[in-house]
Design a protein around this ligand. Structure first.
Ligand SMILES: [Zn+2]
Length: 194
């Protein structure tokens, strides 16, 4: 799978193996906390911010909307103002990144959320925003302002959301990161139900 440049790769090594005489199979996992579909809690960027185990389930589960942002290289305030957010507080951005997420090589020119787009989502009292690539922010954006705007306002960030086959529209969203104590992020299973 695609890995953010410099992040530790995913590895799964056999640890106990029935084929080697062990009574069961059990593997050793090694991966970064921000691999695949994952959640960024405030602690990813902020001193004293909530870690992934401290995120309230109320933010992670509930009604939300998948917005069609295909055809845009960036998701800015104007794009969001024109989108049917209505009173949704959980927003997933479906962009042209969908196929890129399935490509093992990293693409630097992925569609991303802009700073004014992030501020707009904060104004709209959004509690969770997701995007379909490994970062919500432009690649190598100095100072990571989009992460700071969102996380400082308590907006959770979901990255690597696999939305390729998901039609835009309202859903019930379940975003469940592994509850790893003190973690700055964790892989999550993201489930959408109509
Ligand atoms: Zn992340």
């Amino acid at each position: 799978m695609v890995t953010f440049p410099g992040d530790p790769p995913f590895e799964m090594q056999p640890y106990f193996q029935r084929s080697k005489g062990d009574p069961f199979d059990l593997a050793l996992l090694s991966m970064g906390t921000h691999l695949g579909t994952h959640v960024d809690p405030p602690a990813h960027y902020l001193d004293g911010g909530a870690t992934v185990d401290e995120i309230p389930l109320e933010a992670l589960v509930g009604p939300g909307v998948v917005l069609d942002m295909r055809g845009k290289s960036q998701v800015d305030r104007q794009a969001l103002e024109e989108a049917p957010i209505e009173d949704h507080t959980r927003v997933l951005l479906k962009t042209d990144n969908g196929p890129l997420l399935l490509d093992p090589s990293f693409h630097e020119d992925y569609a991303h959320l802009t700073e004014d787009g992030a501020r707009y989502l904060v104004e709209r009292k959004v509690c969770l925003v997701g995007i379909d690539y490994l970062s919500i922010e432009r690649y190598k954006n100095p100072g990571a302002p989009v992460h700071h705007i969102l996380l400082e306002s308590g907006v959770l960030v979901v990255e690597g959301a696999h939305l390729l086959e998901v039609p835009p529209g309202p859903y019930e969203i379940f975003c469940l990161p592994l509850r790893i104590k003190g973690a700055d992020g964790a892989p999550a299973r993201l489930i959408l139900r109509r």
